[in-house]
Design a protein around this ligand. Structure first.
Ligand SMILES: *[C@@H]1O[C@H](CO)[C@@H](O)[C@H](O)[C@H]1NC(C)=O
Ligand SMILES: *[C@@H]1O[C@H](CO)[C@@H](O)[C@H](O)[C@H]1NC(C)=O
Ligand SMILES: *[C@@H]1O[C@H](CO)[C@@H](O)[C@H](O)[C@H]1NC(C)=O
Length: 375
């Protein structure tokens, strides 16, 4: 290293460039700090109407909760060391997903969740057994979750529950929680109507459930709780054949995996009845750190209205475009509202994206925001 020694001041050029360096450095540092702070507290996005600031609860599974989940899977005879939790970016939004912990050849089994850790609608103890009492699958899952919560530490799923997104998260991001104002702004959007119908159906299920429940336990399950439990199931249940019939199933750990359109998928999953485990297998060679991407369309193909309804996001380049275009007047009646009204909340932004796809023949379609999956 060269020393300036007693040379005193460097010449003017040097002083200037040093000053310029210090100035730039501080500027860059400040910029980075702001970037980090904004990444932590808000999500912003550049859209058709300029920069939009989305205040969102930062999603994130606490590290201890995730470690607990890993121990739980191992303790019950599963294996999960080949994939772990990481943050990924989908369409500019940070979401949690699963990453491969090393490189694997095609057709490698990378994740195994034992039957004892799969929470199915059959696990709802209080649910009436006879088929005459119709109760929606997601409501049965909500009830099963409630029962597990009541068990406290004795629950097999005690370490899974803290890894699930909160009611607040759903209130901000999931269409099932659209407010009356949100629904009014998008009143002619089929998705908004579907949300209303789904809520009515769930409420009827809830009434039947509390009326015919096998024991009195479910009386303590309030509106917040069944809404939360149903949203958990809508957004993360996997359709699985556990015992001869396809059922809604919650699969701890596995439910963190995100999706994308087909060419990007790199893993398949199914319940293996002979080993009694849910398995994830790679479909091609994968690199360490690469995101595990599975299909969310095992049971049926999904349009972006379906993705929005179940998961609260849409897929960019969804190979199943919406076919039911809305007429020009309907499109105009929605899209002519002020941007501040159309975009007021993340749920409205989601509705806006779906509206644009219904109105593709009439509207200038902008880039659609995409998200991976809920946390
Ligand atoms: C994880 O990968 C290793 C090879 O790297 C393999 O021996 C092990 O069986 C894998 N475990 C599971 C479930 O995937
Ligand atoms: C699976 O089905 C059999 C008979 O069809 C039944 O006895 C058993 O309880 C079922 N198991 C579960 C976990 O539902
Ligand atoms: C995953 O691989 C295992 C072992 O090769 C196989 O038994 C299972 O059927 C595969 N599952 C899927 C969904 O491909």
């Amino acid at each position: 290293m060269q020393q300036q020694g007693g040379n005193g001041r460097a010449n003017n050029n040097n002083t200037n460039s040093t000053f310029a360096f210090v100035f730039d450095f501080r500027f860059v540092l400040l910029f980075l700090c702001l970037l980090i702070i904004s990444e932590i507290f808000v999500n912003w996005r550049y859209g058709r109407y300029g920069w939009q600031w989305l205040t969102r609860r930062p999603e994130g599974t606490p590290v201890e909760a995730w470690r607990g989940l890993q121990d739980m899977v191992a303790a019950q005879g599963g294996s999960c060391e080949n994939v772990t939790l990481r943050r990924f970016y989908h369409g500019g939004m940070g979401v949690e997903g699963l990453a491969y912990t090393s490189s694997f050849a095609a057709a490698t089994t990378v994740l195994e969740i034992p039957r004892s850790l799969l929470l199915s609608e059959e696990d709802c103890k209080a649910c009436p057994r006879h088929d005459a009492v119709q109760i929606d699958g997601p409501m049965r899952i909500a009830a099963a979750l409630h029962e597990q919560e009541m068990l406290g530490d004795a629950s097999n799923f005690a370490l899974y529950l803290p890894t699930l997104p909160s009611l607040d998260w759903f209130r901000t991001n999931h269409p099932l929680f659209a407010t009356d104002e949100d629904l009014e702004v998008y009143d002619k959007l089929p998705l908004a109507r579907l949300v209303v119908l789904a809520r009515e159906s769930l409420r009827r299920s809830y009434k039947r459930l509390t009326r015919y429940a096998v024991d009195g336990q479910l009386a303590r399950m309030g509106d917040d709780e069944w809404m939360w439990g149903s949203a958990i199931c809508l957004s993360r249940c996997m359709g699985m054949d556990l015992n001869g019939t396809r059922r809604f199933v919650l699969a701890p750990y596995a439910d963190k995996a995100n999706t994308d359109p087909v060419p990007k998928l790199n893993a398949v999953w199914d319940y293996n009845p002979s080993s009694e485990r849910l398995q994830f297998n790679t479909t091609r060679r994968v690199r360490k750190g690469e995101e595990v991407l599975i299909s969310y369309e095992k049971t049926s193909s999904k349009t972006n209205a379906d993705y929005a309804f179940y998961y609260g996001f849409v897929l960019r380049k969804n190979p199943h475009p919406l076919k039911d275009h809305m007429d020009r007047d309907t499109c105009h009646s929605i899209l002519s509202k002020p941007a501040s009204v159309l975009h007021a909340t993340p749920i409205r932004q989601l509705f806006h994206t779906v509206t644009q796809e219904h109105c593709r023949p009439f509207a200038t379609v902008t880039e659609m925001p995409t998200r991976g999956a809920p946390p």
